[in-house]
Design a protein around this ligand. Structure first.
Ligand code: DX5
Ligand code: ZN
Length: 218
């Protein structure tokens, strides 16, 4: 099965967002990736729950919300109400990761734990049984358009092995520097979802880019 594709609207045209979203949906993207940045956990400030709420009635894609926010537990309820289908919290952003994931699970939506490039898989071993998705950052979070870090591939493979060995059900998502080459490598290591921002939206044909990511992961 091809990798699931999650275009990141961080690289889309904000004043023509509806059109940019429809383009990738028509091309077969399963998820829409929404990067929430608070200017603290990461230097950038992006957008908040109002954007999730506005996008919700415009698409049938799974709204994949990536919280790059300090103490994300403060905003879980708000993003669930806004319409998030998957809500991701960083291991590095909270002292109470287990509680934050419990809180997401109690809402009946999908929960995700995210790890930065310097965080080992062993750090999140105690919560792997309770998440629907693990996001392996393949760049340092905060900015689009960075280069894929190949040292993250070993973590993808490790998560894939743990999943098989323990019968876990999580998807393994990559985020950062995804293009046709790096997505293929990540897919071969065990990734099941690829976030792609600048690769999809920077140039002329977002639909063709989505199709290309599917093509190289057949
Ligand atoms: C980075 C964000 C990414 C970003 C990826 O902090 O989490 O989702 O949109 O952008 P590209 O695909 O351009 O590396
Ligand atoms: Zn992201």
């Amino acid at each position: 099965m091809s990798i699931k594709v999650a275009p990141s609207i961080l690289a889309a045209d904000y004043l023509n967002l509806e059109q940019d979203v429809k383009l990738v949906e028509k091309a077969g993207a399963e998820y829409l990736h929404i990067d929430v940045m608070d200017g603290m956990f990461v230097p950038s400030i992006s957008y908040g729950p109002g954007w999730v709420k506005a996008l919700k009635p415009k698409t049938n894609m799974v709204l994949d919300v990536h919280l790059m926010v300090e103490q994300p537990e403060r905003y879980i309820d708000t993003f669930v109400e806004a319409g998030a289908d998957i809500l991701g919290v960083h291991y590095e952003a909270t002292q109470h990761l287990h509680r934050a994931l419990q809180q997401i699970n109690e809402h009946g939506i999908k929960s995700e734990v995210v790890i930065n490039p310097a965080t080992p898989v062993s750090s999140i071993a105690p919560v792997l049984h309770m998440v629907d998705q693990v996001l392996v950052m393949t760049v340092n979070p905060g900015f689009g358009g960075q280069k894929f870090l190949p040292e993250t591939l070993a973590k993808i493979a490790e998560l894939s092995e743990l999943k098989t060995k323990n019968g876990y059900h999580y998807d393994i998502e990559i985020d950062g520097g995804a293009n046709d080459e790096t997505t293929k490598l990540a897919y071969e290591a065990g990734a099941t979802v690829a976030v792609a921002g600048s690769y999809v939206y920077d140039k002329v044909d977002p639909a063709a880019k989505v199709a290309r990511l599917k093509e190289v992961t057949k």
